[in-house]
Design a protein around this ligand. Structure first.
Ligand code: PNS
Length: 163
């Protein structure tokens, strides 16, 4: 039986930090579904759903057991539907912990058949987030150390256009 993991997130846009977690998850599980999901606390996306999915597809094209999906319902329902055994999340710092812990417990209550697995981020990605990338890009800063190279120009073009 295939051991499936789901990596959920907003990915607005996908960063090197996300890619690191996805890559490491792909080595631990038979199949990894990167799930572009709805975060009710976020509504002002810089990138459309299609753009976010395309960017993740581009940067994970070398990982044969990774694919990208979208779901606009409860994560626990999706995980159950596809028969995944794990939800993989990256933990950057203690500040992430309370929120992630709350989600892990809620998801476990909603569907007991999967575990939330936390991978600690690498030291160089500790401070990295999609919003940090967007802020730096908006002010014309260099984001080449923060996002995967194949989507760097797309992100720059798009965020400069927003100004
Ligand atoms: O990248 P983000 O925005 O921090 O990811 C948060 C996300 C999308 C994983 C979370 O909001 C989520 O799981 N959304 C799906 C809806 C859901 O199940 N919400 C309840 C979680 S307890």
């Amino acid at each position: 039986m295939s051991r499936i993991a789901v990596c959920p997130g907003s990915f607005d846009p996908v960063t090197l930090g996300h890619l690191d977690i996805i890559t490491r998850a792909s080595g631990l599980f038979d199949e990894v579904i990167v799930l572009v999901s709805v975060n009710m606390m976020k509504s002002n996306f810089s990138f459309s759903l299609e753009e976010r999915k395309n960017m993740i597809n581009t940067v994970t094209s070398h990982l044969p057991n990774v694919h990208v999906e979208h779901f606009d319902g409860l994560l626990a329902d999706y995980v159950k539907q596809v028969g995944a055994i794990a939800i993989v999340k990256g933990l950057r710092a203690v500040s992430d912990f309370e929120y992630e812990f709350q989600m892990a417990l809620a998801n476990k209550k909603l569907y007991g058949g999967a575990e939330t697995v936390f991978l600690t981020t690498t030291a160089e990605n500790m401070y990295l987030s999609s919003s940090v990338v967007k802020q730096i890009a908006n002010f014309g800063g260099d984001i080449s150390h923060f996002v995967p190279e194949p989507i760097l120009e797309d992100i720059k073009r798009r965020l400069v256009k927003e100004k």
